[in-house]
Design a protein around this ligand. Structure first.
Ligand code: PMP
Length: 291
């Protein structure tokens, strides 16, 4: 495995960064998770755009143009001779002092790892995930904006600990007002009476690239209404169907919340259609790696 760090490729065992990097010391940095399928990168421009939005929001100068970042991402896949897999792209504040001051970090560090990912086993796609509500809330927008895909995932990690300890697969995270925001690593959708609903970004959901792709596919292909509206746990308990979306998880059914079946406790027909539609769309919305 060859890993890109600041313009050069390193073998896995030599891919190292400074212990003074503020990404490590303070979680000061941003990232993207990106998928490539059959030699094409899925929604690469969208991921690059979100990365640069995150950078702007935390006042981080990446030191590379979006075009250079795009080329570095493609080059990393080529260097590893991969056709299907997952990219983890990180930009850290870089090495600095032990104090918080980010302006003492001279250069951001860019790390690109091309690998594979299997977030959930196949049987979870066939039978669905069990969800559990978490006491850990999504941060309020006036704290760290939940739209920033930052290296600070500790509150999601705490929520994940809660849901795993409760015997569930994924954790449902609410915002400070008690409305559903998303899950620890995925956006959430519910379906009732042919209407699909998902929390708005303003409820504390990440502006998920899979979420946006699925909203488009449902509107264009299934001709169902999609609403971005505040949801509470009640709307999930009483939904006909539920599914989650994310780059790593793709589209995966949610069949239980807090020990109660959602719908009949099995992946629903609309969910299954969305899973198929998503799979088909990964072929068409791709930036070719090998020309
Ligand atoms: N919410 C959170 C908290 C995430 O970390 C992610 C990405 N894993 C998502 C939602 C899904 O976003 P995307 O579809 O862009 O991967």
């Amino acid at each position: 495995m060859k890993i890109f760090i600041d313009g050069q490729f390193y073998a896995k065992e030599n891919a190292k960064i400074s212990v003074f990097d503020h990404g490590l010391l303070y979680g000061d940095g941003i990232f993207e998770g990106i998928r490539f399928y059959n030699g094409g990168v899925y929604k690469l421009p969208e991921h690059i755009r979100r990365l640069y939005d995150s950078a702007r929001a935390i006042h981080l100068n990446i030191g590379m143009t979006p075009e250079e970042m795009t080329q570095a991402t493609l080059a990393t896949i080529r260097e590893n001779d991969l056709h299907d897999g997952y990219i983890r792209l990180l930009v850290t504040r870089g090495a600095g002092g032990l104090g918080l001051n980010p302006y003492l970090c001279e250069n951001a560090s860019v790390i690109i790892i091309a690998s594979t990912i299997q977030l959930y086993p196949k049987e979870k796609y066939d039978h669905g995930l069990k969800l559990a509500s978490c006491a850990t809330r999504r941060p309020a927008p006036a704290a760290l904006s939940p739209s920033v895909k930052s290296l600070n995932y500790l509150n999601n990690v705490m929520a994940k600990v809660e849901c795993l300890n409760a015997g569930a697969d994924e954790g449902l995270m609410l915002n400070e007002q008690g409305y559903v925001a998303e899950c620890t690593g995925d956006n959430i959708f519910v379906i009732r009476d042919r209407v699909v609903s998902t929390p708005p970004i303003s409820a504390g959901a990440l502006n998920g690239i899979t979420r946006n792709a699925i909203i488009g596919l449902i509107r264009d292909e299934l001709k169902f209404e999609v609403r971005e509206e505040n949801l509470t746990r009640y709307e999930i308990f009483t939904a006909d169907e539920c599914f989650l979306t994310g780059t790593a998880a793709e589209v995966i059914p949610g069949v239980e919340l807090d020990g109660r079946d959602i719908g009949d406790g099995k992946p629903g027909p609309v969910t299954v259609k969305c899973m198929k539609l998503f799979k088909a769309s990964t072929i068409s919305c791709a930036t070719p790696v090998y020309r």
